[in-house]
Design a binder for this molecule. Structure first.
Ligand code: GDP
Ligand code: MG
Length: 177
């Protein structure tokens, strides 16, 4: 299975960044395997997952990198960012602090990554609406000011997850093709 001699036209590296526990690993599990695990442990070992899709009749392999918990110590290395053409900047919409830290993450990203990198600001856990601590407008304003795409998602309910990744991949494709 999966061994069907598929010709890959492009490989796009995308990195997930943001504070610990905002849902980065679950967003990746949802997008790559359509899974969500309730008892998600801090990611260990796995560096990236891939998902192959077709954009404009071309086969694109998305290689999506997840931190192995290094974000806890702000020890995400430059190797992590190297070659990335897309980034998902993730905060938890029920945790104001995780949104306030977006400035620092964005700074770090811009310091390490290619200047043409496509960035999506992602407000995750939209299923927890009653606990919302970050108004949509605040995030929209930040995204606009910093020229980022923006979407609110729920990895748990699979809301906007595919759209968020596809938007980034399609934009990368548009830029390089
Ligand atoms: P990471 O540290 O950023 O990789 O975060 P994880 O993906 O490990 O998720 C941290 C916690 O948030 C786990 O308990 C997840 O089950 C939970 N979580 C992740 N995404 C969602 C979501 O969309 N909604 C809700 N309610 N919980 C989520
Ligand atoms: Mg994780």
């Amino acid at each position: 299975y999966g061994d069907y001699n598929q010709k890959i036209d492009y490989v796009f590296k995308i990195v997930l960044i943001g504070d610990s526990a905002v849902g980065k690993s679950q967003l990746l599990a949802r997008f790559a395997r359509n899974e969500f695990s309730v008892e998600s442990k801090a990611t260990i070992g796995v560096e990236f997952q891939t998902k192959t899709l077709v954009i404009d009749h071309k086969t694109v392999k998305a290689q999506i990198w997840d931190t192995a918990g290094q974000e806890r110590y702000r020890a995400v290395t430059s190797a992590y960012y190297r070659g990335a053409v897309g980034a998902m900047l993730v905060y938890d919409m029920t945790k104001r602090q995780s949104f306030d830290h977006m400035t620092r993450w964005l700074e770090e990203l811009r310091g390490h990554a290619d200047k043409n990198i496509v960035i999506m600001l992602v407000g995750n856990k939209s299923d927890l609406g009653s606990l919302r601590a970050v108004p949509t407008e605040d995030a929209q304003e930040f995204a606009q000011r910093e020229s980022l795409f923006f979407m609110e998602t729920s990895a748990l309910e699979a809301t906007n997850v595919e759209t968020a990744f596809l938007t980034v991949l399609t934009e990368i494709y548009r830029i390089i093709s």
